[in-house]
Structures are given as C-alpha cells and as structure tokens.
Design a protein. Structure first.
Length: 119
C-alpha cells in the first residue's frame, strides 16, 4: 500500500514538473513570436528572416531563463553571463539582417531607449 501511494505521489510530482516545463516553454515561445513580429514590422524582415529571428529569440529567451535559474544566488556572475548572452544575440541578429534593415532596427531601438530615459 505504501509503495502504491509513493508511486502515485511520484507520478504526480513528475507530471507537475513536466507540465511546468511545458508551460514555461509555451510562455517563451509566445514571447519569442511576439518579439519577432515587432522586429519584422520595424525592420521589414522577409519570411525567411522571420523564421530565423523567431528561432534566435526562442534560443535567447531560453538561455536567459536558464542563466537566471542557475545563477540566481550569484548576481555578479549572472550579470556577466547575461551580458555575454545579449552580445551574442545581437551579433547573430545583425548577421540575419541586411544593412538597411539593421539601420531601421537600430534607429527604432535607439528611439525607444531614448524615450525611456528621463531627461
């Protein structure tokens, strides 16, 4: 009887963990798609670029979540790893875009950054 209760409890815990992981993956995919759509709109990306950017966004958001979980107790290391991940993301993003698209994207990004800084 105890073995059955233990196995049932274990199955529930594993199921809940798997569900949480799926829920997290869905949330990351949703954020990545939303971000890619904004990038398509602002930089006028084509369909092939959209697919690449969406994949890159999923990878970047997943990596950032992983880093936050792994280094939550070490803020200095977390900041360093996040900065490296962000730099790699921006490098890969610029490799996907054509020069004119990159100029548009940077112009929009700088405008948004400028608007968010109090004067």
């Amino acid at each position: 009887m105890k073995k059955a209760i233990f196995l049932t409890s274990l199955a529930l815990v594993l199921g809940a963990t798997a569900y949480a992981a799926l829920d997290r993956d869905d949330a990351i995919k949703t954020r990545a798609v939303a971000l890619a759509r904004i990038q398509v709109e602002k930089a006028h990306l084509d369909e092939g670029q959209y697919v690449k950017v969406k994949t890159l966004n999923i990878r970047m958001l997943t990596e950032m979540e992983d880093l936050k979980n792994r280094f939550a107790a070490e803020p200095a290391i977390l900041d360093e790893r996040l900065a490296v991940a962000q730099a790699r993301y921006e490098l890969e993003l610029t490799a996907i875009m054509r020069p004119a698209q990159l100029a548009l994207f940077n112009q929009v990004r700088n405008t948004v950054t400028a608007l968010s800084v109090p004067r």
